[in-house]
Design a protein around this ligand. Structure first.
Ligand code: CO
Length: 254
């Protein structure tokens, strides 16, 4: 069942979303050669808790950190640790915050110093694919209109969309109905967008093939071919007009 949020609930989701977006910005600003992924995780934990919020990912299905940091051929769910970032890396940061009963969830891929031309283009196409999908995130369209727009944009730029992981509804739980795939298949559901729906749209884009594999740590997902991957995500609200980005990249915490 897809829940529709009341105006009060939307107010609370805006609050969670602002904290989540600020945590992403903080993490992104720390990406630099010589910084360890654990340092970034610690800073994000301190920031989220300082806002009276809880890191949504910490202890989720046993996940051991506040943020997922996925470097280069890591697609998603990279666990922060001793790894030290190096010039030329691309660094995907995914973070969630829970405040007053509601979650925000967002991600972005950041360059570490100077990066290759292919890496730069992958990051830009991934981010833009989100905004291509967003054009259909409004009443009058259905979910596969959004999914198809993301897929078309990514594939027409010569990259591929990950199939095994998808976006999702979000609210009082981090993962709610519906699933929000970044590709279209004939047999999937075609829910209509209605005002009050809140969803996390999150294209995961590979420079090479779409195939991925899970590492022995049980979390880290890598590209099967070892090529680069990028991620971009925002929590959004369907309205009677333009969608609202609840994890706006420009938002500041209260
Ligand atoms: Co998500």
């Amino acid at each position: 069942m897809i829940t529709l949020k009341s105006s009060h609930e939307i107010q609370l989701m805006r609050q969670a979303g602002r904290i989540t977006a600020a945590a992403r910005a903080l993490a992104g600003a720390m990406v630099a050669p010589g910084v360890s992924t654990r340092e970034i995780d610690k800073a994000v934990y301190r920031f989220i808790t300082s806002q009276g919020a809880v890191p949504s990912f910490l202890h989720y299905n046993g996940y051991p950190a506040s943020v997922c940091i996925s470097v280069n051929d890591e697609v998603i769910h990279g666990i922060p640790g001793h790894r030290v970032l190096r010039e030329g890396d691309i660094v995907s940061v995914d973070v969630g915050a829970y405040k007053d009963g509601f979650h925000g969830d967002c991600a972005a891929t950041y360059p570490c110093g100077e990066i290759s031309e292919e890496a730069r283009r992958l990051i830009e196409v991934t981010r833009q694919s989100f905004f291509e999908g967003l054009r259909y995130a409004r009443e009058g369209y259905r979910l596969p209109d959004l999914s198809g727009a993301i897929q078309r944009y990514v594939e027409s730029n010569g990259f591929s969309v990950v199939r095994e992981y998808v976006g999702h509804g979000i609210g009082s739980k981090m993962h709610e109905a519906p699933e929000v795939p970044n590709y279209v298949e004939p047999r999937m559901g075609r829910p209509r967008f209605l005002r009050g729906m809140t969803i996390a749209v999150e294209p995961m884009v590979n420079a090479g093939g779409a195939a991925v594999k899970v590492m022995p740590d049980g979390w880290t997902v890598k590209t099967a071919d070892g090529r680069l991957s990028a991620h971009y995500e925002n929590t959004i609200l369907i309205t009677d007009g333009e969608p609202e980005l609840l994890t706006d990249p420009d938002a500041k915490p209260e």
